[in-house]
Ligand binder design. Structure first.
Ligand SMILES: [Zn+2]
Length: 176
């Protein structure tokens, strides 16, 4: 998911930053080839005192997944649209926008991923729960609360780990 950092806007009000943020998000999601929606884009204005007003604005867009439809031309349109958006606020100031495409093989982790179904990656129904009885090593039994995947029924513990029994993940079908 793209993360947009805008360096060099040294001091302004929160209201203006919020308006800029909205306009930048609109500039990004209005490029159909990117296939992004509002929830997928983050915009940050790092407070960095080394930059002072009138010395130029530097925009970096990180985390743009590398996809075939995100061609060089599309990426240039993205850089231009975001740069132009800032330019309407700060005419005459030198602005540059750099795009950093990303492939997950470079290293990637996302907290939300861990809380999805470990079997099919769909959402877990956290409002539904069921009790699963598992054997312990010393021939006893323990009760575990399982939360099912909405799609495949695989049961997960509250930290997102699948519940395993005899080396296999337990699903709703196994307990009902
Ligand atoms: Zn699932």
């Amino acid at each position: 998911m793209p993360i947009c950092y805008i360096h060099g806007i040294n001091y302004t009000t929160e209201d203006i930053l919020e308006k800029m943020r909205e306009e930048i998000i609109t500039a990004i999601i209005s490029i159909p080839e990117l296939g992004l929606n509002e929830d997928m884009v983050s915009v940050f204005f790092p407070a960095d005192q080394r930059y002072i007003m009138n010395e130029g604005v530097s925009i970096t867009i990180m985390g743009l997944y590398d996809k075939p439809e995100r061609t060089e031309e599309v990426r240039n349109i993205l850089a231009r649209n975001v740069g132009k958006t800032i330019e309407t606020w700060l005419p005459g100031i030198q602005i540059e926008c750099l795009i950093f495409p990303f492939i997950p093989a470079q290293g990637f982790w996302c907290s939300q991923d861990e809380l999805r179904c470990t079997h099919c990656r769909h959402e877990i129904a956290w409002t539904m729960s069921t009790t699963v009885i598992l054997p312990t090593e010393c021939n006893g039994e323990i009760e575990v609360i399982g939360y099912p995947c909405q799609t495949c029924g695989t049961l997960h513990e509250k930290d997102g780990k699948p519940i395993m029994k005899d080396g296999k993940p337990v699903t709703l079908k196994d307990v009902i």
